[in-house]
Design a protein around this ligand. Structure first.
Ligand code: ZN
Ligand code: ZN
Length: 334
């Protein structure tokens, strides 16, 4: 095959359009990957809406599962046909103070898959091999896709929560449904907050072992040690602050959020903290895949054809997806 197909965003606010282009050659440190499945993340909506910094035109998608189709001259440790995962962090400079301090997620000159370098809403993608992951075999292509952002950025957020035996998850979508299971495995008690009135979502949360599920306006039946916010809704920050104990943490796990309304200082006092999560390090990925190696994770997915990427994004925007939306190619195993 000498051509690739993709669904591309030409400018913010424009629907994705199908394009064909010649198959790219991998550079010396890169892999050419034939895409089997690519998760649809809320960040893709932020790219589509022009709410975060991105390059246009851009092929979105940063939860990519595929197989190595060609290998750059200096790549080590990968073989043709090997299954790999491509995450959001696409490249770092290796030279800035953050890279030197082990905080490559904050690199001054990064590239992000599906935002500043082309991503996985495509038949093929080129990725820097140094940022690709080997994936646990027991997950199918479709199941593995949402692990690459929803799973592992959720994992970074969970680690920022510290020991926190009682945690709340605000927004019960792709990330929270994975993290709830990981947190239960760690013997934490999990409280799930869905959109108000979303009884189906609340039933889903309880089916995954959550001790309680309610609407985001509800008070949980006990105070939380930490709250993780996955919904892009600024009003949730003061609400979550009021739901955590003294010394509790509120962790904002998304890349974009509506404005946070003002709130009384008393809600923050007593050493409560608000943190944000930005991007991921490669260590987040390796520790996450190691951590879930022994967990019987149930990954809920709704699949769409690559050509139906607009429909997949619309379903995500309207809150209709239970679990994670995933674009699949014909050769994906589910
Ligand atoms: Zn850097
Ligand atoms: Zn993402």
């Amino acid at each position: 095959m000498s051509a690739m197909v993709a669904m591309q965003i030409s400018a913010p606010g424009k629907a994705l359009v199908r394009i064909e282009r010649p198959l790219p050659e991998p550079d010396t440190n890169e892999l050419l990957i034939e895409v089997a499945a690519c998760g649809v993340c809320r960040t893709d909506l932020h790219v589509l809406d022009g709410e975060i910094s991105a390059r246009y035109p851009i092929i979105p998608g940063h939860e990519i599962v595929g197989r190595v189709a060609a290998i750059g001259a200096q790549v080590e440790g990968f073989s043709l046909g090997q299954r790999v995962g491509v995450p959001w962090l696409g490249h770092t400079c290796g030279q800035c103070p953050y890279c030197h301090a082990g905080q490559e997620n904050l690199c001054d000159a990064p590239l992000f898959t599906g935002a500043t370098r082309d991503g996985g809403y495509a038949s093929h993608v080129v990725a820097d091999a140094r940022y690709c992951f080997d994936l646990p075999e027991r997950f199918s292509d479709v199941e593995a896709a949402p692990l690459l952002c929803a799973g592992l950025i959720g994992w970074r957020a969970l680690r920022l929560a510290g020991a926190a035996p009682v945690i709340g998850l605000y927004g019960f979508g792709a990330a929270a449904h994975i993290l709830a299971q990981v947190a239960r495995h760690q013997k934490r008690d999990v409280y799930a907050f869905t959109k108000d009135g979303d009884e189906e979502g609340q039933d889903f949360a309880q089916s995954l072992g959550c001790a309680w599920a309610g609407g985001s306006s509800d008070d949980p039946p006990r105070l939380l040690d930490a709250a993780l916010i996955f919904a892009p809704v600024g009003e949730l920050v003061p609400r979550a602050l009021r739901a955590v104990k003294k010394g509790g943490r509120v962790i904002c796990a998304g890349i974009h959020m509506s404005d946070i309304p003002s709130f009384p200082y008393a809600d923050l006092w007593e050493e409560r903290q608000i943190l944000s999560v930005a991007n991921l390090t490669r260590e987040d990925g390796t520790s996450f895949f190691e951590a879930i190696g022994s967990i019987d994770l149930h990954i809920a997915t709704q699949t769409f054809r690559l050509e139906d990427a607009n429909e997949a994004l619309q379903s995500l925007r309207s809150g209709k997806v239970k679990g994670a939306a995933v674009l699949v190619s014909r050769n994906a195993n589910a």
